[in-house]
Ligand binder design. Structure first.
Ligand code: MG
Length: 342
């Protein structure tokens, strides 16, 4: 936990000692069609190589790169890592080269599978050795049924899904995502798919290999995909509060979803990360100070002693709770740590 190293920790920026920046897209760079404040200029400010990691399996890297360039980012399609690419990397470790693969999904997935040298089919009658499933708005019952038949044909048939996202937010509301479509097949075949996208480590491995880097920082807005995946891949992570997860989720995060850094917005990538100062007194009161914020824990009771900056208060609260070794439901946490007021 690099961000929480105590008194000896230096006040480096979160990017100090890193050799690349890995970024999630939605909730980090844009929200809906709108760019998030400070994101583009903060990304352009770094001299490190940048990779963009997306679970979205329906768009090609070119389409993603075009969208990001529209916001003012400088990148080529090779800087975009998609869940279909992670699925291909997984498939290569599971089935022989040039095997026949049944594809349930869209253009992005079809192209990656073809470029990897696999032979593509849409029929279970061709006896594919693997089924790969990704989201596309065109996927309907016939494709889901063919996939199910192919998987049932033989227990040795490999089933890889690009990502587990249960829902996708679209213009008119929330719609079923790839996880829901995979679940439909699961109900038919009684088996579980192997997943490739975040929070599995395949995408991080693909990105690190392609860019030839070893100490990246992953920045995302979701603990259950971005942060969990980075941790599974053994790389540092920062959660940024411009998207889905907020103070409440961060304080409650399970051990495998805890970020090294907590950022208000991407400008803080370039600012010294404050020292996390810990102490314990003789009454067994544990104190964590971050900037002017002070949080104390005695037993299962966590209280704000001094508020300070809101982001520092969250950093102190998270460190105090994570240090406790106690589950969030066993703690009495001061609501001032996660309330929206102030
Ligand atoms: Mg996101």
């Amino acid at each position: 936990m690099m961000g929480f190293t105590g008194r000896s920790g230096k006040t480096d920026t979160p990017l100090a000692g890193k050799d690349a920046l890995f970024l999630d897209l939605d909730g980090v760079i844009y929200r809906g069609p709108d760019p998030i404040d400070y994101a583009v200029e903060s990304i352009n400010q770094t001299a490190l190589p940048v990779a963009y990691l997306t679970n979205n399996a329906s768009r090609t890297p070119e389409q993603v790169a075009d969208q990001l360039r529209g916001y003012g980012l400088e990148l080529v399609p090779e800087h975009v890592v998609t869940s279909p690419q992670a699925a291909v990397a997984l498939l290569k470790t599971m089935i022989p080269a040039a095997s026949t693969v049944l594809v349930v999904g869209g253009e992005g997935l079809l192209r990656e599978i073809a470029e990897a040298g696999f032979s593509i089919t849409t029929s279970a009658d061709d006896e594919p050795v693997a089924v790969v499933q990704g989201f596309s708005p065109e996927v309907g019952w016939p494709q889901l049924a063919e996939g199910s038949f192919a998987i049932q044909r033989d227990p040795s048939v490999v089933w890889v899904a690009t990502n587990t996202d249960w829902t996708i937010p679209v213009q008119r509301g929330v719609a079923p995502g790839n996880g829901a479509l995979v679940s439909a097949v699961h109900l038919a075949v009684g088996r579980l798919a192997t997943f490739a996208g975040k929070p599995e480590r395949a995408m991080f491995d693909v990105a690190a290999r392609r860019m030839a880097v070893s100490t990246p920082l992953m920045v995302g807005d979701r603990l259950d995909t971005d942060i969990k995946g980075a941790r599974a891949a053994g790389i540092s992570s920062a959660v940024v509060l411009t998207g889905i997860d907020q103070a409440k989720q961060i304080l409650a995060a399970g051990e495998d979803q805890r970020p090294d850094y907590i950022l208000q917005d991407l400008r803080q990538l370039h600012l010294p990360y404050p020292e996390i100062i810990r102490s314990v007194d003789r009454d067994d009161v544990h104190t964590v100070e971050v900037g002017k914020a002070v949080v104390r824990r005695k037993g299962h009771v966590v209280r704000v002693a001094r508020a300070g900056e809101k982001i520092d208060l969250l950093r102190a609260g998270a460190a105090c709770i994570y240090d406790s070794g106690l589950k969030i439901f066993g703690l009495d946490v001061d609501p001032a740590l996660y309330s929206d007021k102030g």
